[in-house]
Each structure stands twice: as C-alpha cells, then as structure tokens.
Design a protein around this ligand. Structure first.
Ligand code: CP
Ligand code: NVA
Length: 303
C-alpha cells in the first residue's frame, strides 16, 4: 500500500511520533554536517497551482539533502492548463516520478491524483488542509516545550486550512486545542464533527479571543484571507481585528507562551510587528523546521 498524506486524519499517533523523532534526528545530523542519501536516484514532483516560498523551497532542499531530485512543476505550464484531465496527468506522472507533492485549491483534486497514481501523494496545501505545516509546527512545539501533551494550544483568527489540520492533529494526538474565530469564520462543521467523534483530546471553539488566549502555552495565528480569498480581505479586516495577536493578547497567556505563525505574515493585521519580532515568537525556527520535517516525510513515504 502506498503512503499518501492527504490529511492528518490519514496518520496514526505512532506515525506522528515517528515523524517528530526522525525530523529531530535529521535536523541534528544536518547541523553537524552529516549527510545520508537514502533517496539517491529518486524524483519528487512538486505540482503547484498556488504561490509558495517556504513549502516549495523546503521540499526542494529536503529532497536534494536526501540525495534525490526535486522537480518544480507549475500546473499552468502543463497540459492541464489546456484541459488534460487529472486522471491522465496523474497516471503519466506516476510513471516518471517516485513521489508527488501537490499544492492546489480543492481537496477533491488532490484525492483524484492520489487515486490515479501508484506513487505517494503529499498534500502541500489545499483550501481545506495544510497537513505538512502542522507536522512541522508540532515539531517546533516539542522543541520549545518538550512535549505536546497537556499544553493549551490556542488558534486565533480564521478557521482555515491550517486550523483544520490542527483540528485533525488534535483528534489523533489528544491535544488541548482552543480556537477563537469570528462568527461565520469557524472551521468546517463536518471536519469538526469528525474530530469530536474521536473523543480524543479537547477541542473547543469560542468567539472570544481573550478567553482562548488565557493561560495559553502556544498561540497560533495565520492570515485573515487565505490564497484565493484576497477579494474578501477588506471586509474581513474589521471583523477580525479583535483576534489580532498583539501584546495585550500575549499578556493574558502563560508567561512562557510561544507565538507561532505559518507565514507569510501580514504585520498589523493578524499579528503585530512587536509580537512577531518579539521574544515569544518562534516563527523563524518554525519556518526552518518545515525542511527537516519534509525530509522525514519524504523518507517515510518513499522508504
Ligand atoms: N507556510 C507556508 O506554507 O508558506 P508558503 O506559502 O510560503 O509555502
Ligand atoms: N492559510 C494560508 C496559509 C499559507 C501558508 C493560505 O492558505 O493562504
């Protein structure tokens, strides 16, 4: 059976724990200048429909560090832009590549790729989820706090793709996750219901940001308008303002709270400059860890 990572609900707790441990080992080896090339001769296609800085570059570097070759493929430059069906593109790519990471709009699109390929398919962000982001974010939480259990993890802002991957992770790992979102911008009801059904951990949604931030060990935020929602930004800004991660919010949290953001950040919208650049922020380690986690993921799915 090939290993796809389309959503974090595809993973079991033991898979998460393996990836956290392996990514930390790979990070340590990288810092010491030790290289292994377990993916020598393998190819990774990065098929992207949306912009990316971190995910694209960290996957490309990860693949090179492991001895393999990444190939960036802008879907606009493929025959898909001239209506070649996914099921044809997928079967062809499957014969050239050893793994395919896809960034696109609909989750159905990535599922169709997974169905028609016999190579692992990795979700590098859809409108619904950003699973690899949350894997590396949890690696950063473990690095900073030594654990993920018994921490109050707070999400402030839009109930978006990253938030929904946090919900999936919480349901598998038993996290204590509180999300504060403006009314009308809560995470998807079905995703939430599926997570709550697992009865693992504590997932709470509130509309009061102070309540969510109180005594938090981790505060996480993301843009108020995700890729594809740019036209809604103006109308969202007013509504989302009370959910900004700023000094007042940080002061309500635990003294040693870590502030996280998957980036790119919009300063003075979802996060204030002083908090983003301040002592509680771990955003640069968080961005770095994407590369180490992507190595662990690539090794795991292609082993
Ligand atoms: N965090 C993240 O996925 O960033 P990019 O959009 O730059 O890849
Ligand atoms: N929620 C954001 C994440 C970017 C990494 C988006 O989808 O644009």
């Amino acid at each position: 059976m090939k290993k796809d990572i389309l959503t974090l609900s595809d993973l079991e707790k033991k898979d998460f724990d393996h990836l956290f441990k392996r990514a930390a080992q790979l990070k340590e080896r990288h810092k010491k200048g030790v290289s292994d090339f377990p993916l020598k001769g393998k190819t990774l296609g990065l098929l992207f429909d949306k912009a990316s800085t971190r995910t694209r570059i960290s996957f490309e570097s990860a693949m090179v560090h492991l001895g393999g070759t990444p190939m960036f493929i802008s879907s606009q430059d493929t025959q898909m832009s001239r209506n070649e069906p996914i099921k044809d593109t997928a079967r062809v790519m499957s014969r050239y590549l050893d793994c395919l990471a896809i960034r696109t709009y609909s989750q159905e699109r990535i599922e169709e790729f997974a169905e028609y390929t016999d190579i692992p398919v990795i979700n590098a962000l859809t409108d619904l989820y950003h699973p690899c982001q949350v894997l590396s974010d949890l690696m950063t939480v473990i690095e900073s706090k030594g654990r993920y259990e018994d921490l109050k993890i707070t999400w402030l802002g839009d109930g978006n793709n990253v938030a929904q991957s946090w919900i999936n992770a919480a349901a598998v790992l038993g996290l204590n996750l509180t999300l504060a979102c403006p009314k009308g911008y809560y995470p998807d009801e079905k995703i939430l219901a599926n997570a709550l059904e697992k009865k693992c951990g504590k997932i709470t949604i509130v509309s009061n940001p102070e309540e969510a931030a109180r005594d938090a060990d981790v505060i996480y935020t993301d843009v108020w308008a995700s890729m594809g929602q740019e036209s809604e930004l103006e109308s969202r800004i007013k509504l989302f303002k009370p959910f900004q991660v700023n000094k007042t919010i940080v002061a309500i949290a635990a003294k040693d709270v870590i502030v996280m953001h998957c980036l790119p950040a919009h300063r003075e919208e979802e996060i204030s400059e002083d908090v983003l650049e301040g002592p509680n922020s771990v955003v640069w380690d968080q961005a770095e860890n994407k590369m180490h986690m992507h190595k662990a993921i690539l090794e795991w799915v292609m082993a």
